[in-house]
Every structure is written in structure tokens, then in C-alpha cells.
Design a protein around this ligand. Structure first.
Ligand code: ADP
Length: 631
């Protein structure tokens, strides 16, 4: 099946390859870039909303814990002012005798125990400690001059003294609340309560909260993480540092700055702080970010700050980012796969359509050609009919011609016949005359010999006329003959002459289209000639070789006789040509045999094998084209 090349013409390769090449070159980097971009967006969005959610949650926590700090501080706010009502205190300030001091010491000791404060003490207007709850301790404040303390200076002026500082005596941090003790409108002394707020730090630690309180100087005074304590959250100038050092408010602590690596303000009081890795605050290998939320504490100049670590959130945001990138990659992969599949299906469909179209076209052409073929077939059939008719006419004419030829040959032969018959007739005339005379003389022996010769001459003449009769007969009889039978009959006739001849039967049992007697006649002629030719041969051999060829059967009668010389070969099939001496040959055998073979559509030919001898080839039409088993 031939396909129309027009149908399968593809797009020009240069045009088809380029966009695909460009796609293959640019698609992977584009997908990777989009993966990174979308992954980053996913990370950013997740972090953003995570921070917002953390911030809302932190807001509540901030409020809760800031209130807790405020209530802790406010618990002690009124405690120093209560001492104003205590007469023993005013007596001591008016008359600082040992008895009065002891009374107040005891009173303050009891009060301190009950209020769970760190220390309660009373100072005179010069700042000297007149009585204290810790009068029994070796590092008692008793008699100490604390006039340099800011809380004293504020309280002695009638203002509430609030102060966080580290005790100058024992270096212990604490929150100091001071109150100016008035009597008759005049400040006679200052009452101070020192409170320790470490309990809050422990509470934060227990709640795993990261929080700190920074004072008005920006110094962290309370922190869930001890490492952050007494660090500055704002940059401190040298001047401020010196001033603070001189006030001994923070004892001799260096007041290092707690400076983050990055600070990003998200909203009012909300910041994102990143602390460097392996700093004194961060023991981890990577930077740590916190969400910092601050709020001022009421009644104090302090700020409460809540720190929420962002590592988990960041990790989750990274995971989300990766998830988005992977999801995108998956979607991209599926889209590409889908697209490729769509293209394959489209190509297949196009190919199928093209094939269908080609098929249709082919079928159309086949139909057209079938019509043409049918027409030409019809033409051929009529031509065959005409040719057959012509052939028949021709054959008829040929038969007529053959017959005419035969008659012509007979005509031609008449001279030879006349010559052939005149000779014995003349002899007969002479012999018969002589015989009469010999009979009259009584020479019976000679007369008898003459009569024998006359007999022989008459036989010969009879044979000549018999041969001529069969030669002239029309060859239109289409009999059938069995080759084996014909050979057997011929051999039987010639049996006496076969003597020591070695016979090779190499033919098959076939049926040929010829009258059985005629076949035998031909075979007797051919075998007889072969036997004649082998007369001088000490080891005569005769081969009868057969083969089927193109609907005919060829029988080769081959001998190892003397062969035929060049001159004789020219006249072999001419009538009355013979090389045989005297009465032995008529010279009609081959002429007659060839004529009989031709009459049935066969042929008789001669071959002169290089090995010697002669081979006559008799070719006759087969009745059945399939040869039978060899004999
Ligand atoms: P005749 O046998 O009466 O001579 P043919 O027509 O049969 O007539 O033969 C013609 C001549 O052809 C023979 O005289 C002979 O010379 C020659 N011839 C025929 N067959 C053979 C053969 N097998 N070998 C040699 N010569 C042959």
C-alpha cells in the first residue's frame, strides 16, 4: 500500500525544533525561579500571619503579666505611709533614744515579717537610718547615711520615692518605696520599704515566659533570664553611665547594652528583635529572633516587655515555604505532563486523521483503478477471444498447408518414387523374361532363384507404397498412447536385433497425444536406425531418456553408434535419403516419423553428442501434465 507523501509532510525541522529547544532551555530555570519565589512568598505569608497571631496572643499575655507586676508593686505602695500613724516612730524621730529605737526596731521587724517585704526602715530628715527591721543582722542599715539615695531625696521633699536599686550595704537588689513622714504639716522623717521582686522572675520562669521589666533608665531590673538582668535596652551615653555609676543605684554593675542584631518595629510597642548567635544571651548556633511586646507599668516609670521566641514560627514558616514550593513543583510537573500527553494525543489524532484520509484516498484510487482494470480486462478477454478465433483459423489454415505441403512433397517425391519403382519394375521385366526363358530351357533352379528375386523386388515395392500411404494420410486423429507400451512393442519387434545391446530405460510412464500404432512406428524407426548404426560397435548401448518440458514429453533415443557425418546431417529428413547399402534402407523412416510427430503437434529433432553417437529427440504433447512414476 502506497501512501501519499503529501499527507505526511511534517513541519520544516528548523521551525519545529526551535520552540521546543527554547522551551527545554528556559522552562527548568523558570520553574526553579518560580518555585523559589513562591516558596519565599509562602514563607513570608506564613511568618507574617504567624507573627500577627503570636502578637495577638502575646498582647493578652502581656496584659496579664503586666497587671500581675503592677499588683505586686502596688501591694506595698501604702506600707511606708502607714508608719506615719505609728506614734513610736514619731517619738523616735523626735527623741532618738535607744529605748525608742528598740521599740521601733521591734515594731518594724514584726511588720516586715508580716508584710513579707525585704526590709522596712525609718530615716531622719538627714538621711540617717534611725530604726530598721533588720537591726539584728550584721549588715543592718542602722545608722547608715542613705541621704544620697534618690528615693530619700524625693520623699524628704514630700514626693513619693520610687526606686529600684542595689543595696549599697549588701549589694542586694530591691525595690524601694519611700514616704515622707509628716507631723503637723512638716516632714520629720522618711519611711522606706524595700521589696524583693525576684518571686515574679521565678513565676515567669516556671511559666516558661521570657519577660523583663526595664526601669526609667532603660536598665533591665527584672528578667526571667538572669543573663539579661542589669543590661541596658537603650544605648547609654558615657555621661549617663557615669551618672548612674556615681548614684550607686546599680552598685558597680557594668550596665552593658542588650543590643539586638536587628530591630524591626512592627507596630506601636511591638518589635521583632534578632539576637546574634553565640552571644552571651544566646547559646544557640544560629541567630534567635523574638517578638518583643512592651507596655508601661502604671504608677511607675517602668516598662514590662514580653519576648516570644520566633524559632518555631520561623521553622514552621520555612516548612510552609517548602510545602508551597513542592506543591508548585508538583502542579508544574502535572501541568507539563498533562500538556505533553495532550500533545501526544493531538499528534496521534492528527496522524490517525492523516492515515484515514490517505486510506480514503487510496480506496478511491483503488476503486477508480478497479474500474479501469475491469474495463481493460474486458478488452483483453475480447482480444483473447479474437486471438483464439484467429489462432483456430490459422491452425486450420496451417493444417491445410501441412496437408498441401504433404501433397506437394508427394508431388515432388513422385519423380523419386517413379525412379525407385521403375528400377525394380525394369528388373522385374528382365527377370520375368529371363525366368520364362529358363523355364522353357528346363533350368528350373535358375528360374526359381529369379522368382525369389522377383518376390523380393515386389516386397520392396509393396513396402514403398505402404510407407507412402501412411505418409499421405491426414494427421487429424488425436489418439492417446502410453509411452512405456510403445517402447515395449517396438523392442519386441526388434528383439532379434537387440542381441547384446545394453539398454538404459530412463523415462517415465506417461500418456502422450498420438495414436499408439504411430508412436510404435516412430519408435521402431528410431531404435532400428540406432541398432543399425551400432552394428560395428563391440559394446552397443542404447539410452531411452525422458523428461517433461513445457507440457510436452521429450524422449531422447541415444546410441553409441558411428554417428552421422556433416554431409549426411544436411539431408537426414529428406525422403529416400539413406546411407544404408542395397536393400537395407528406404530413406523414408525419419521423414515419416517427423511427419507423424508434427501431425500431433510434436517434433522430431537430432542431436550429435560430443561423446559420440547420435541422439534423436522425439517431443510429443502430454495428455496429463503430471508425469507418472519412473519405470
Ligand atoms: P533408412 O533407415 O531406410 O536409411 P531413414 O530415413 O530411417 O532411412 O534414415 C536415413 C539415414 O539416416 C540412414 O540411412 C542413416 O544414414 C541415417 N541415420 C538414421 N538414423 C541413424 C543413427 N541412429 N545413426 C547414424 N545414422 C543414422
Amino acid at each position: 500500500m502506497k501512501c501519499d507523501p503529501e499527507l505526511y509532510r511534517a513541519t520544516s525541522p528548523s521551525l519545529a525544533v526551535k520552540p521546543r529547544l527554547i522551551r527545554h532551555l528556559f522552562l527548568p530555570p523558570l520553574i526553579i525561579a518560580l518555585m523559589i519565589g513562591l516558596g519565599y512568598i509562602g514563607f513570608w505569608v506564613s511568618e507574617h500571619y504567624g507573627i500577627r497571631s503570636l502578637s495577638e496572643n502575646g498582647e493578652r499575655q502581656l496584659e496579664l503579666h503586666a497587671r500581675a507586676v503592677e499588683s505586686e508593686i502596688s501591694k506595698y505602695t501604702y506600707l511606708p505611709s502607714l508608719l506615719e500613724l505609728e506614734t513610736s516612730v514619731s517619738k523616735l524621730l523626735a527623741d532618738p533614744s535607744p529605748e525608742h529605737r528598740q521599740t521601733v526596731n521591734d515594731y518594724l521587724e514584726g511588720l516586715n515579717r508580716r508584710s513579707r517585704s525585704r526590709a522596712i526602715y525609718v530615716m531622719d530628715t538627714t538621711g540617717r537610718v534611725m530604726a530598721t527591721s533588720n537591726w539584728r543582722d550584721f549588715d543592718s542599715y542602722l545608722g547608715e547615711d542613705l541621704s544620697f539615695r534618690a528615693y530619700f531625696q524625693n520623699a524628704v521633699r514630700g514626693q513619693p520615692g520610687r526606686f529600684y536599686g542595689i543595696g549599697s550595704t549588701n549589694g542586694e537588689p530591691g525595690y524601694y518605696l519611700a514616704h515622707g513622714l509628716e507631723e503637723h504639716g512638716k516632714i520629720i522623717g522618711v519611711a522606706v520599704v524595700k521589696v524583693r521582686l525576684e518571686a515574679m522572675e521565678e513565676r515567669w520562669q516556671r511559666a516558661r515566659l521570657e519577660a523583663f521589666v526595664s526601669d526609667e533608665n532603660g536598665i533591665i531590673i527584672l528578667s526571667s533570664d538572669p543573663a539579661r538582668r542589669l543590661k541596658s535596652v537603650v544605648p547609654l551615653s558615657d555621661e549617663t553611665k557615669e551618672k548612674l555609676a556615681r548614684s550607686l543605684q546599680y552598685y558597680w554593675f557594668p550596665l552593658n547594652e542588650l543590643q539586638p542584631l536587628a530591630r524591626e518595629t512592627l507596630s506601636e510597642g511591638v518589635e521583632k528583635l534578632t539576637f546574634p548567635a553565640n552571644s552571651e544571651l544566646v547559646s544557640d548556633d544560629e541567630n534567635i529572633s523574638y517578638l518583643s511586646q512592651s507596655r508601661p507599668l502604671s504608677d511607675t516609670p517602668w516598662n514590662f516587655t514580653l519576648l516570644t521566641p520566633l524559632q518555631d514560627l520561623r521553622r514552621e514558616a520555612i516548612n510552609q515555604g517548602i510545602l508551597v514550593a513542592v506543591a508548585f513543583a508538583l502542579v508544574a510537573f502535572l501541568l507539563i505532563a498533562w500538556n505533553e500527553r495532550r500533545k501526544v494525543i493531538a499528534t496521534r489524532l492528527a496522524a490517525r486523521e492523516a492515515l484515514q484520509e490517505a486510506n480514503n484516498q487510496l480506496e478511491r484510487r483503488i476503486t477508480e483503478r478497479t474500474v479501469d482494470l475491469r474495463a481493460s480486462n474486458e478488452r483483453l478477454k475480447s482480444q483473447i477471444r479474437e486471438r483464439r478465433h484467429a489462432e483456430e483459423t490459422l491452425r486450420h489454415a496451417q493444417d491445410e498447408l501441412v496437408q498441401a505441403g504433404k501433397l506437394a512433397a508427394i508431388g515432388q517425391m513422385s519423380t523419386s518414387i517413379a525412379h525407385e519403382l521403375n528400377q525394380p519394375l525394369a528388373a522385374l521385366r528382365t527377370l520375368s523374361g529371363n525366368t520364362v526363358r529358363f523355364l522353357e530351357r528346363g533350368q528350373l533352379d535358375v528360374a526359381s532363384t529369379n522368382l525369389k528375386t522377383i518376390n523380393e523386388l515386389i516386397d520392396r515395392m509393396g513396402r514403398i507404397t505402404a510407407s507412402l500411404r501412411s505418409f499421405a494420410r491426414r494427421g487429424d486423429d488425436k489418439g492417446q498412447a502410453c509411452l512405456g507400451k510403445g517402447v515395449e512393442a517396438a523392442l519386441q519387434l526388434l528383439d532379434g536385433r537387440m542381441k547384446n545391446t545394453r539398454l538404459h530405460r530412463l523415462f517415465e510412464e506417461v500418456q502422450v497425444q498420438i495414436d499408439q500404432t504411430r508412436l510404435e512406428q516412430i519408435l521402431v524407426n528410431l531404435i532400428g536406425n540406432a541398432l543399425d548404426a551400432m552394428q560395428a560397435q563391440p559394446q552397443p548401448e542404447l539410452w531411452l531418456e525422458g523428461e517433461a518440458f513445457e507440457g510436452k514429453y521429450r524422449l531422447r533415443v541415444r546410441d553409441n553408434g558411428h554417428g552421422i557425418d556433416a554431409e549426411a546431417r544436411k539431408h537426414l529428413f529428406e525422403p529416400f535419403f539413406t546411407t544404408k547399402p542395397g536393400e537395407q534402407g528406404l530413406g523414408l523412416g525419419l521423414t515419416l516419423s517427423a511427419s507423424l510427430a508434427a501431425a500431433t503437434g510434436g517434433h522430431l529433432g537430432v542431436e550429435h553428442p560430443a561423446s559420440g553417437g547420435t541422439a534423436f529427440v522425439l517431443s510429443l504433447p502430454l495428455v496429463s501434465p503430471t508425469p507418472a512414476e519412473p519405470i
